[in-house]
Design a protein. Structure first.
Length: 266
């Protein structure tokens, strides 16, 4: 409420830019409801988790009903999926992987503010080797959800900053998790889908989890780099005995169903 009032005053006085900078330094909490459960969304130095994508809430509700086991969240960002999972199935075990230290700090606060239990947050990315990588960020937002670990993934986009982050093979981390069985894996890693799936392949073959994965578009047959990576991803899933289903949404952004496809395509 205070933020809205200050915004209106700033607009009336023509001081929007200056007041906007000041507001970003304010820390405050707001409330939202997910699946009827009240959740606290802290705003810390202008960074806040925003509840959106109603289709994802509906899809998760269906998936969690039919599949037990731990929920693995690869690419936590600011905890959008974490809140949905805990609103739908509070006791469900949750393991999140996030290499951006700003996001990790925020999500630790998110977990505390909401009293979420049975959550494990690992401050690393998943990859095919254990090393430190440069993460390209494409905006001045330190929690940039479009940031990628794949070099030159968006050759036509301006890189605002680079952050060095740790990445590990899943097999190097498995001992920390006590042999948790993966029931559902969500992967949203802005271009690094192939490396994440390769890293998780032993777990995928063992547990046969449901996998919810965002594969960024190829856009054109000329984009050979993305197309080749997508082809390799499809081959891995085929060899592992998986079917590919595309999430379909309504114009209002709600979930409308799943469509079986043979290829992701362009």
């Amino acid at each position: 409420m205070l933020k809205k009032i200050l915004g209106k005053v700033a607009q009336a006085l023509g001081l929007q830019t200056r007041v906007s900078r000041c507001l970003k330094k304010l820390n405050y909490n707001r409330k939202t409801f997910i699946n009827g459960v009240e959740m606290t969304l802290p705003s810390i130095q202008g960074i806040t988790c925003r509840d959106g994508e109603p289709w994802m809430t509906e899809l998760l509700g269906k998936v969690l009903q039919v599949q037990g086991g731990t929920f693995f969240d690869v690419g936590v960002n600011l905890g959008q999926t974490l809140l949905k999972v805990k609103a739908l199935d509070p006791p469900r075990g949750y393991v999140g992987f996030e290499p951006n230290p700003v996001c990790v700090s925020y999500v630790q606060n998110l977990i505390r503010e909401n009293g979420l239990e049975n959550c494990t947050l690992l401050p690393v990315g998943l990859f095919t080797e254990d090393r430190v990588l440069s993460m390209d960020q494409y905006s001045d937002d330190a929690s940039d959800s479009s940031a990628t670990l794949i070099e030159n993934f968006r050759p036509n986009s301006k890189i605002y900053s680079r952050v060095f982050v740790p990445v590990f093979r899943f097999d190097s981390l498995a001992g920390l998790l006590g042999g948790k069985r993966a029931g559902v894996i969500k992967i949203d890693v802005e271009g690094a889908e192939l490396e994440v799936v390769q890293s998780l392949l032993t777990l995928i073959r063992r547990d046969k989890p449901i996998i919810l994965i965002e594969v960024l578009p190829v856009y054109s047959e000329d984009n050979v780099f993305r197309k080749n990576r997508q082809n390799e991803l499809e081959l891995i899933f085929a060899e592992a005995g998986y079917a590919i289903l595309r999430v379909e949404k309504t114009g209002a952004g709600t979930f409308s169903g799943l469509k079986r496809i043979e290829k992701i395509g362009v």
